[in-house]
Design a protein around this ligand. Structure first.
Ligand SMILES: CCCCC/C=C\C/C=C\CCCCCCCC(=O)SCCNC(=O)CCNC(=O)[C@H](O)C(C)(C)COP(=O)(O)OP(=O)(O)OC[C@H]1O[C@@H](n2cnc3c(N)ncnc32)[C@H](O)[C@@H]1OP(=O)(O)O
Ligand SMILES: NC(=O)C1=CN([C@@H]2O[C@H](COP(=O)(O)OP(=O)(O)OC[C@H]3O[C@@H](n4cnc5c(N)ncnc54)[C@H](OP(=O)(O)O)[C@@H]3O)[C@@H](O)[C@H]2O)C=CC1
Length: 500
């Protein structure tokens, strides 16, 4: 049987969401590991004053593409941007482009989606469900299409504890979408992704379909280099907020599995699934749960420990406080720490900013942080069990060479090392901080520690002045404690003299 790279040789590939986090990694890996691929058609929209061509050429300049650039400086010739706004009728693709795509595309990877948890339902439906339906219609007009790979999420069915690699009945009949009375999901994202799966499945008699369900996609593990990440989504924003010393407490279950999956693992599995779907043409859509929890589990408590120690070794610049975040599943305890370690320091700092003639900002930052972590807590406070038989089946179908080139065997993942690279990745690629500034960042943390010691000493003196100096009983307790300390000291001194 042809290897994965042999299969993609000479193929025309259509990708949606190529400017996003996972799309970029998919484009890079295809170009690097399948160098004979013919053309990548990227459905892209103009955005923020940039044309689609400008956006794609900016994307290709990004460090992620360094290795591809080294191997083939002309790699951009394989990329053809196609103007498309997925929320518009017929995806707003021009008739000429439709003609071009339908005559040559061999495989589609549908990555585009809104992944915001607070997206208004109407927009989430428009993009995640209706655009998927429209793309499927376009796919059916394609004369040489061999596979349609849809990227879903492992949390599409998060209303269940055990999740098999099957499509479950939709939360609502897609035809009756807008009149649905309630979501039965924690957010519009998981709700619309569940609906999209049903829409995709309904076309599986006409197309060869694969559905990939990644869990929480994190920084790259190995490829194209360890720790690549370019956004604040999922845990990345939480890690950064903790590393900056802003986030001190969050509701999460220490013992729940943190089902993080590196982005390069997801992309390797996606490309392998594309190959398998095209070559074997399975009769029903195959679903691949792409998760780590059942294979190589790691828990939120362990993540907290490794994130904190990593940021102590490699501190972020200009931290607000020394990194020290703790997770707790206790609601009241979390509320207490929110008050003491988020709101109180924010108030004091904003007061300082006001007094020094600057605009207060810390309270605003904390309000946004609380909104974001409030939306994530659902996923960090419980755990799920995903069946991963199809992932194992796919692995067994690969040649030993492909298993190395398109590695998605997460049994080999060393979590502490991965988390270290992830944290360094947030520093280098999300915050664009220089590693050579680490000594200055450490110096800043020492300064913060000294400020804390000074603050605590002043607080103690204040308490002493207010309570001890004014009350006879407090004074008596104070003298009792001090004399007890002296007695202990003289006891230890005497016993050490005797033993000498
Ligand atoms: C150290 C202890 C660690 C212990 C770890 C414990 C828990 C781990 C935490 C989380 C795990 C759960 C993850 C579950 C993922 C489920 C799996 C999926 O399917 S993945 C899809 C995931 N989707 C997301 O993650 C999107 C979530 N984001 C949103 O919905 C929105 O961004 C928002 C949080 C509602 C905020 O919306 P708002 O309109 O207020 O802001 P913007 O989005 O416009 O962003 C403005 C600005 O802020 C930056 N930003 C965004 N998110 C964060 C963040 N979490 N932290 C910090 N900053 C953030 C964003 O980049 C923008 O910046 P700029 O203006 O410069 O562009
Ligand atoms: N990140 C994660 O942790 C997980 C992601 N997934 C799934 O993986 C897929 C990719 O996610 P990810 O890369 O993280 O998401 P991103 O938000 O990084 O990327 C989304 C992509 O969709 C494109 N897009 C959004 N709206 C439109 C539109 N109206 N018209 C054209 N293109 C549009 C964006 O283009 P533009 O740049 O123009 O905005 C972007 O390229 C999604 O299907 C998601 O559900 C699944 C599990 C976890």
């Amino acid at each position: 049987m042809a290897s994965i790279a042999d299969y993609y040789a000479g193929k025309n590939v259509l990708i949606t969401g190529a400017t996003g986090f996972m799309g970029k990694v998919l484009v890079e890996k295809l170009l690097r590991s399948c160098p004979e691929v013919r053309t990548l058609y990227l459905l892209v929209r103009p955005k923020a004053g940039q044309s689609m061509q400008e956006r794609v050429s900016d994307m290709m300049k990004c460090k992620l593409f360094d290795r591809v650039r080294e191997d083939n400086p002309d790699f951009h010739q394989k990329i053809v941007p196609i103007s498309s706004e997925l929320t518009q009728p017929a995806l707003a693709i021009s008739p000429e482009d439709v003609e071009r795509l339908t005559s040559c595309v061999n495989i589609i990877f549908h990555c585009a989606a809104t992944i915001r948890f607070d997206e208004p339902l109407k927009h989430a439906l428009q993009l995640n469900v209706i655009a998927t339906q429209q793309l499927l219609s376009l796919a059916q007009q394609m004369h040489h299409l061999q596979a349609f790979i849809h990227i879903s999420t492992a949390y599409a069915n998060c209303n269940r504890r055990h999740i098999d690699e099957i499509i479950y009945p939709p939360p609502v009949e897609p035809k009756n979408l807008l009149s649905a009375p309630e979501l039965r999901r924690p957010n519009t994202y998981t709700y619309t992704k569940a609906l999209a799966e049903c829409v995709v499945q309904r076309e599986s008699s006409k197309l060869s379909i694969g559905i990939i369900r990644p869990s929480i996609v994190g920084a790259s593990w190995q490829e194209p280099f360890p720790g690549w990440i370019d956004n604040f989504n999922g845990p990345s924003g939480v890690f950064i907020a903790a590393g900056k010393g802003i986030l001190r407490t969050m509701r999460a279950n220490n013992d729940a599995v943190a089902d993080l999956i590196p982005v390069d693992v997801v992309i390797n599995l996606t490309l392998a699934a594309g190959w398998y779907t095209a070559v074997h043409r399975p009769k029903a859509a195959l679903v691949y749960n792409c998760t780590t929890g059942g294979i190589n589990p790691f828990h939120w408590g362990e993540i907290e420990h490794h994130v904190m120690s990593s940021f102590k070794r490699n501190p972020l610049e200009q931290a607000f406080r020394r990194p020290n975040a703790n997770i707790t599943s206790n609601y009241l305890m979390n509320q207490y720490w929110v008050l003491v370690s988020h709101k109180f320091p924010a108030l004091i700092y904003d007061l300082y900013l006001r007094l020094s003639g600057q605009k207060p900002q810390m309270m605003r930052i904390f309000n946004r942080l609380h909104k974001a972590i409030g939306l994530l807590e659902y996923f960090s406070s419980q755990d799920w069990e995903w069946n991963s038989e199809n992932m194992n089946m796919l692995m067994s179908q690969l040649s030993p060479e492909d298993r190395k080139t398109f590695n998605f065997d997460v049994r080999q993942l060393n979590w502490p090392e991965y988390i270290e690279n992830y944290c360094i990745g947030t520093k280098k690629y999300v915050l664009n901080e220089d590693m050579s500034d680490i000594p200055a960042a450490r110096q800043h943390l020492r300064k913060l520690r000294n400020i804390r010691y000074t603050f605590n000493t002043l607080l103690l003196v204040f308490i002493w002045r207010v309570f001890i100096a004014r009350s006879q009983m407090a004074r008596n307790i104070w003298y009792f404690v001090v004399s007890l300390c002296f007695k202990f000291l003289s006891y230890f001194r005497a016993s050490s003299t005797l033993t000498n």
